[in-house]
Design a protein around this ligand. Sequence first.
Ligand code: ATP
Ligand code: MG
Length: 428
Amino acid sequence: MAGGGIRQVKLERECELRIEVGNDAPLKLRLLNGTAEIFGTELPPEIWLTFPPRLKFAVFTWYGATIEMDGTTETDYTADETPNISYVNVHAVLDARRNRAKTLSSDDPNSPQAQGPRVIVVGPSDSGKSTLSKMLLSWAAKQGWKPTFVDLDIGQGAITIPGCIAATPIEMPIDPVEGIPLDMPLVYFYGHTTPMSNVDLYRVLVKELSQMVERQFTGNAESQAAGLVINTMGWIEGAGYELLLHAIDTFNANVVLVLGQEKLCSMLRDVLKNKPNVDVVKLQKSGGVVSRNVKFRQKSRSHRIREYFYGLSNDLSPHSNIANFGDLSIFRIGGGPQAPRSALPIGAEPAADPTRVVPVNINRDLLHMVLAISYAKEPDEIISSNVAGFVFVTDINIERKTITYLAPAAGELPGKFLIVGSLTWLET
Ligand SMILES: Nc1ncnc2c1ncn2[C@@H]1O[C@H](COP(=O)(O)OP(=O)(O)OP(=O)(O)O)[C@@H](O)[C@H]1O
Ligand SMILES: [Mg+2]
């Protein structure tokens, strides 16, 4: 299963080569002949591509291909059973809906029929949600659509860093190595990597993001017809389930794709049965999906943050800046000092408002925190504002009252308010 050196693999039609790149070195791979794709994005003929350590992916061929690899893998094997035919059938249905929406929008752009499909992908952890989202987006982009990708998974940050929810139009099939280009995504900073940290805030931000996406759709018949692909978290029990319902409702999803769980599918069918325009479709989980443990996820998060500042192959050069405490206004959302019992009506419990914006005193607690730069003009706009980017606190000097931080670029920050959550990073 594991391998090294240069070798060729011949893939029969509708088969895939599943690969986990080794831990220490990248893997080079190229398509020698035939056609093949990685999660919906076609491989260019003959060009060597370099895949970073630990990446897990599959090279799938519809009609047959020969692949050449150079380097060490943790595992690589060929599988002839994949759910890709059912996935591409879903794509065909979505494509037909996009075409219908496009045709109808030239008659009446405001009719609900002029809306393209709004797909939400749900399922337990490690069921292949992110992968299916990528495939649907890449197949649509290949056909010239520009679907909007909405990522509600704060644990990973497929569009930007973890701790955020974000949306961005996908104009090209997604590069299997580089991922989604960081052009100008619409990003809201939640600040934690689990929704449990502040469920109310998570809901509020999902709402804000949906309103912004809706606003961008207005007057843009093309994106409206292309529709949405929404990726979600693997948390599907209890409050996680409630958050899924909230997301379906908030984004007006009309296609719910349920990966690999019968129970979730029937629960969703049941609650959505009074919404005849919402289709709940059960799809098989791919046997190739790899489970990732907590440690692996932490590592991936850390890599993602590193990538934000330094680039995938150290091709970016972030700037280290020093500011005086007084120059920065940092806020935290939620928690905060509670109202004293004496100030409350008799019998009431003091509760911290989860969406209260609280100024933060700069001290050593901020060391190694990742902060977001808000576009807000006033502190009370912080919750409803998206963020421009992030900085990373590398030093706090209490005597001199200075804070040193890493920013993606030199010069003044694009906003004057910073938001801190619990997102940290240890530069390695
Ligand atoms: N067919 C496949 N062959 C090999 N690897 C695969 C295949 N499908 C998915 N993977 C890999 O398996 C891992 C898990 O898949 P994915 O991220 O899509 O799951 P998920 O449901 O989104 O997980 P989470 O709940 O953590 O968000 C990823 O590293 C992905 O690249
Ligand atoms: Mg995922």
